[in-house]
Design a binder for this molecule. Structure first.
Ligand code: 13P
Length: 250
């Protein structure tokens, strides 16, 4: 079954407002009328609405990098799903490894955030992946299975139609070390099998699984050519419009 590739640009905590708007314009000029794949930009919170406005009328979509699991309340510094939705975003990253390792998001918190994203009508991009020590001790599959089970195991299949998974081996993020296409494909195939175990074969076949971790213009085609790799979640290279466009074209 043909899955529409989805390419995300995670800008992380980079850029000022002017640079963010310039990047949004540059990406729009190159990819604004892209067809055959979905392109989603993930700017920092203060730039969400300006970037939404900048890409309005194009085929580009905008998402947030995180959300809180409650819809409102005394949670200083946090941003709720309905707020993100209300400024025109369509997507949200959930459980990015930097949230897990730097901010202490546990599997349980990631699960609550995923539900909050669904409740807000946002497409969750659930990020999973193993640490370097875990890969070295052959725990990659076990870690991915645990993270998937915790986040989506208890959610009814019918609610997960739009879910996107991003497999991001933590040792490959921002390090220049990319998983080889074969290494990535092996884990993606495992994740798809696990999705089938949890929610059935039709769900597993329909769900897009992105790869993330030092994806660049030069390595994108090899990764995206694998049968179970349905797109990329790009960090550093998404800050350069031309390189990001190369990845999407791959
Ligand atoms: P890099 O592409 O900079 O390695 O980051 C990957 C990532 O974390 C995307 O979410």
């Amino acid at each position: 079954m043909a899955r529409v590739p989805v390419i995300g640009g995670n800008w992380k905590m980079h850029l000022g407002l002017g640079e963010a708007l310039q990047l949004a314009s540059d990406v729009r000029n190159r990819l604004g009328s892209v067809r055959g794949s979905e392109v989603v930009l993930f700017p920092p919170f203060p730039f969400l609405k300006p970037v939404v406005d900048r890409v309005e009328g194009s085929n580009l979509r905008v998402g947030a990098q995180d959300l809180h699991f409650e819809t409102s309340g005394a949670f200083t510094g946090a941003v709720a799903g309905p707020m993100i939705k209300s400024v025109g975003c369509t997507h949200v990253l959930v459980g990015h490894s930097e949230r897990r390792t730097v901010f202490g998001d546990t599997d349980a918190i990631v699960g609550r955030k995923l539900l909050a994203a669904l409740d807000a009508g946002l497409v969750p991009v659930l990020c999973i992946g193993e640490l370097l020590e875990e890969r070295k001790s052959n725990e990659t599959f076990r870690v991915c299975a645990r993270q998937l089970q915790a986040a989506i195991g208890a959610i009814p299949t019918g609610r997960l139609d739009d879910l996107v998974i991003a497999y991001e081996p933590v040792w490959a993020i921002g390090t220049g070390l990319t998983a080889t296409p074969e290494q990535a494909q092996e884990v993606h195939a495992y994740i798809r099998q696990k999705l089938a175990d949890l929610h059935g074969k039709a769900f597993a076949e329909a769900t897009r699984i992105q790869y993330g971790g030092s994806v660049k213009g030069s390595n994108a085609a090899g990764l995206l050519g694998q049968p179970d790799i349905d797109g990329a979640l790009v960090g550093g290279a998404s800050l350069k419009a031309e390189e990001f466009a190369q990845i999407v074209k791959a």
